[in-house]
Design a binder for this molecule. Structure first.
Ligand SMILES: [Zn+2]
Length: 240
């Protein structure tokens, strides 16, 4: 475990192995972020803890519910909300057990919600079995805010990887949870069901308008900042 406490302009580099926990706390932040790298596809799941209230939001679950619960318990945090950045099964796999264990409300962007039902019916090479059935409690839309004590996460609709992909933006702390929309040096694939290279291009151009020091915490791989991803401000063609 790393105990580094980087500032938004000096994001920690995530170690790309499974189940390594990392502590990220932007300077002066009201919230504290734990990164867990979990199966099935080295998914980054984030435990966002409001320092004042000890309430927590989990962003994506992967197959990490046991580790997420243990981490929350060790921090004395209560998980009240689970958010999915999009409906792909590697991100949503443990939504059902984590929801059952915590009573947390589950949120996903409205036009990706059908994927939860679909995931319960489909086998994937990367999962031992289809994800258990689960129903969303919160159907997110552009601009929906999720409050966690004094911490506010704003939903930014960023379609392209899927039709209902979204990012969660904490403007006060300068942190963006970017799911599979923006990675360090690349973006999510745009060649599967519901994907759109043209929409991905527009979404990346939108993210390029955020302050350059914004810390970007993606669904896979290391963290970055908007300012480091200079390529997203200079996209001549749709992303393929
Ligand atoms: Zn995905």
């Amino acid at each position: 475990m790393s105990m580094r406490r980087p500032t938004p302009t000096e994001p920690a580099v995530t170690v790309r192995v499974r189940q390594v926990y990392e502590t990220l706390s932007p300077a002066e932040a009201q919230m504290h972020v734990e990164t867990l790298i979990v199966p099935p596809l080295d998914n980054n799941v984030y435990l966002v803890v409001d320092e004042a209230s000890h309430q927590a939001v989990v962003i994506d679950t992967g197959l990490g519910s046991k580790e997420i619960l243990a981490k929350a318990e060790s921090l004395g945090a209560k998980i009240v909300t689970i958010l999915n950045t999009h409906g792909h099964a590697d991100h949503t796999a443990d939504d059902a057990p984590l929801k059952a264990a915590t009573g947390a409300k589950l949120g996903i962007f409205d036009v990706d919600a059908y994927r939860l039902e679909r995931n319960a019916k489909e086998s994937h090479w990367f999962l031992p079995a289809p994800a258990p059935a689960v129903t969303a409690d919160l159907l997110l839309k552009e601009g929906t805010t999720v409050h966690l004590g004094d911490t506010v996460l704003e939903t930014l609709h960023t379609p392209g990887h899927t039709e209902g992909s979204c990012c969660f933006y904490d403007a006060a702390d300068g942190v963006l949870f970017s799911g599979d929309t923006l990675f360090a040096g690349s973006c999510g694939r745009t060649d599967t069901l519901g994907a759109s290279p043209a929409k991905m291009k527009a979404s990346l151009q939108r993210l390029a308008q955020l302050p350059p020091e914004t810390l970007v915490l993606p669904g896979h791989g290391p963290s970055t900042t908007i300012g480091r991803e200079t390529w997203i401000a200079d996209l001549a063609y749709p992303v393929v």
